[in-house]
Design a protein around this ligand. Structure first.
Ligand code: CU
Length: 153
């Protein structure tokens, strides 16, 4: 009977060892805490970009686009665009949702436009000068000269 009673300490010791091993394995596999992200800016910022008429050609394709084709800003940002037209045809940038429109940009012209991105959403910008070959206004791919301004919260 005394032998039966003496087994309990060994069982307790074995369980303790198992618990210690489990704890050690868990401790060694712990993950490093994720680095803290910088706080999101709360004050509106100014986004200054140069935008150009870009011409792409090759493999039978000849295309004109406003470059960059996509701009992402935060609501409240002041967007400052230096718009240039190095193309040989005239173009005109328009962002209807923000009442932004450059003058007609003839070959080599540039103009700076500034506006506040005061509404959230996805907004199109495009060339507002219809294709007119005789006047060297825009190009046959006029309708493709579109890009998107994305304004996030
Ligand atoms: Cu155009």
């Amino acid at each position: 009977m005394a032998q039966r009673g003496s087994a309990l300490p060994y069982v307790a010791l074995a369980l303790s060892v198992v618990a210690l091993v489990v704890s050690l394995v868990a401790f060694m596999n712990r993950r490093a805490p994720a680095p803290a992200l910088p706080p999101a800016p709360t004050m509106p910022t100014r986004v200054s970009l140069s935008m150009v008429v870009a011409t792409f050609s090759g493999q039978g394709v000849f295309a004109h686009r406003w470059y960059p084709t996509m701009i992402v800003v935060r609501e409240g940002d002041t967007v400052d665009l230096a718009v240039a037209n190095p193309d040989e045809f005239a173009h005109q940038l328009e962002i209807p949702a923000f009442n932004v429109k450059t003058k007609i940009l003839n070959a080599g012209d540039s103009e700076r436009v500034t506006f506040v991105a005061n509404q959230v959403g996805v907004f199109e910008y495009r060339c507002s000068l219809p294709y007119d070959a005789a006047r060297k206004h825009c190009t046959p791919d006029h309708d493709e000269m579109r890009g998107y301004l994305i304004v996030t919260k």
